[in-house]
Ligand binder design. Structure first.
Ligand SMILES: CC(C)(COP(=O)(O)OP(=O)(O)OC[C@H]1O[C@@H](n2cnc3c(N)ncnc32)[C@H](O)[C@@H]1OP(=O)(O)O)[C@@H](O)C(=O)NCCC(=O)NCCS
Length: 172
């Protein structure tokens, strides 16, 4: 489960990814629409990386470090989650701003969706984002997810509801 795309290597996370984890997740530009904000310190990046590596050990899949020309330009992949009380998989992507606008996020997200379709589709796939986060929404659509207003969740944070894109979630 560590595929290559045309331009990217998608690798199981390892502890040596910490510098990139910290660089990308502490950058205010990658967290403009994230109510939790950028990671505040390296220790919190280390904790998050540990948690994501544990997910790999427990489930055999997870988030990847995404490399282009050998350099980590982002993180993307699938993780177990729950939405509306139902077991599901979360599609994640967060990329270095220097790498935005080249279709890399869509390429990595599409690889994740392909894996979901071939081996993990027993559980629905979800991507959620704030309505102002147009880039995230376009990436979800580019990867083949469908807009599902019926699954949106109201939140009290200033950016408003989480709007949802999904695959494999039955329509009523
Ligand atoms: C969302 C994000 C991963 C997109 O990265 P990217 O590499 O620029 O995306 P891509 O180049 O693959 O673009 C995919 C599509 O989204 C569009 N897009 C990307 N950023 C956009 C933006 N800010 N506004 C409008 N459209 C945007 C692209 O034009 C492309 O559309 P197309 O398929 O019609 O050509 C990146 O902006 C990011 O890391 N944001 C911060 C983290 C984040 O918000 N993650 C989602 C959490 S919910």
């Amino acid at each position: 489960m560590t595929p290559r795309t045309t331009r990217l290597s998608l690798d199981r996370l390892q502890s040596s990814d910490l510098d990139a984890m910290w660089r990308i997740h502490s950058d205010p530009r990658t967290n403009v629409h994230n109510p939790a904000g950028p990671l505040p310190d390296r220790k919190s990046a280390e904790r998050r990386l540990d948690e994501w590596m544990k997910h790999w050990r427990e489930h055999g899949f997870g988030y990847w470090s995404v490399r282009h020309d050998g350099r980590i330009i982002g993180f993307a992949g699938l993780r177990t989650s729950a939405w509306n009380g139902r077991s599901s998989l979360n599609l994640y992507y967060r990329f270095d701003p220097e790498a935005w606008g080249h279709g890399y996020a869509a390429e990595a997200a599409t690889a994740a969706v392909d894996i979901w379709r071939s081996t993990l589709a027993k559980r629905p796939l979800i991507a959620y984002t704030k309505s102002a986060n147009v880039g995230s929404q376009k990436t979800a659509l580019a990867a083949g997810l469908e807009r599902r207003p019926d699954l949106d969740q109201f939140t009290t944070d200033p950016e408003g509801a989480d709007i949802v894109f999904a695959l494999g979630w039955p329509r009523k």
